[in-house]
Design a protein around this ligand. Structure first.
Ligand SMILES: *Cc1c(COP(=O)(O)O)cnc(C)c1O
Length: 361
């Protein structure tokens, strides 16, 4: 039969009529930038996360840059970031003027830890970008206890929780991406910055609109970085389904475990306290590329996302210096994402596990 890595279309089938109505509603209104749909989505997303403010921005990369700017990051500052993450987590730092300093991850969870962050702190550290990688959630309270502000990069963690609190509510400020493959996704680019802090939220609103609060006076060199009305209208239709999709992702992880996947490969471990809505289900194996080839023969899609970690990417080498990150190297060498999403039920999980059993030598 075969199982795809993602299925972003099928979960939207029951919502097609509502989506058509929402999009046509925007057309009828004729307001496309910073109108009522963005304002309503910001309220609904903030309420869903249990934060005071959500501010729509153009994408998840600029969400990080703007969050760091709001925290005051600039030239001469350092921002600690893991190397085992999507490139954008680090790429978002230099546009602020600060430089990225790479820290390690625990290869069992793929997340930073208070210890790995502490090892990268210096007198110049302005903030930490803590990534909720693959939907897992690091111990952000433990990192904040080091005395440094945290930007929670929650791009992969819509629907995840940590001791009952939503991912995206845990840092001083958090960033989301609504890129089409994410757990909560729109039909193009979109993002949000979330915070409990009134003053930070006001600064983010100013920065996303060219550094202006009143559209007359321009107090900062800011950004043209807004969530579109059309994308906000789409997100408002999808948001009520997020909880069910997150449950389906957790159920898929359980189905993999129940089908015996843990006897064949290393399963991802949730950080103590985290209830991940797995964005990607990433296992470890000593020969992951051979395993991927064997799975492909049986129609099972899989993917190595970060085989070259960020600190060894050409554009980042100058920042990385000679840093050694053994947990990152281990994760980069051995990881492989298996199919994950609401499309993975017990039957699909059993098919994937049978293919792993046949292919994992
Ligand atoms: C997707 C992603 C981003 C960037 O989001 P865009 O909307 O594509 O700019 C940042 N960090 C992580 C961890 C991501 O997965």
């Amino acid at each position: 039969m075969g199982v795809p890595l993602f299925d972003t279309a099928t979960p939207l089938e029951p919502l097609r009529d509502d989506l058509r109505e929402a999009v046509l509603g925007v057309l009828d209104r004729g307001t496309y930038i910073l109108g009522p749909e963005v304002a309503a989505f910001e309220d609904e997303w903030a309420r869903a996360l249990g934060v005071r403010h959500a501010v729509g921005v153009a994408n998840g990369t600029e969400a990080i840059t703007i969050a760091l700017r709001a925290l005051g990051a600039g030239p001469g500052d350092e921002v600690v970031v893991p190397s085992f993450t999507f490139y954008a987590s680090a790429e978002a730092i230099p546009p602020t003027g600060a430089r990225p300093v790479f820290c390690d991850v625990d290869p069992e969870t793929f997340c930073v830890t208070p210890e790995s962050v502490r090892a990268a702190l210096t007198a110049r550290t302005k903030a930490v970008v803590a990534v909720d990688l693959f939907g897992n959630v690091p111990d952000i309270a433990g990192i904040r206890a080091l005395g440094v502000p945290v930007v929670e990069d929650a791009a992969q963690a819509a629907g995840s929780t940590f001791r009952g609190a939503a991912a995206g509510s845990l840092g001083d400020v958090a960033s989301f991406s609504f890129f089409p493959s994410k757990n909560l996704a729109c039909f193009g680019d979109g993002g949000a910055v979330c915070t409990h802090d009134d003053r930070l939220a006001e600064t983010v609103r100013m920065l996303r609109f060219h550094g202006s609060r009143d559209r007359v006076s321009y107090e900062e060199v800011g950004y043209n970085s807004r969530l579109d009305e059309l994308q906000a209208a789409v997100l408002r239709v999808l948001l009520p389904s997020l909880g069910g999709w997150a449950e389906a992702r957790r159920a898929a992880a359980c189905a993999y475990a129940e089908a015996g996947l843990g006897e064949l490969v290393r399963l991802p471990r949730a950080v103590a306290g985290a209830e991940p809505a797995w964005h990607l289900y990433v296992i470890r194996h000593p020969r992951p590329d051979e395993l991927a080839a064997a799975l492909a023969e049986r129609g099972i899609e899989s993917k190595a996302y970060y085989r070259t970690p960020v600190h060894r990417q050409p554009a980042m080498v100058a920042y990385a210096g000679g840093v050694e990150l053994p947990g990152t190297e281990e994760a980069a060498r051995t990881h492989l994402a298996l199919p994950m999403g609401p499309h993975v039920g017990a039957r699909e999980a059993a098919e994937v596990v049978a293919a792993v059993r046949a292919g994992a030598l």
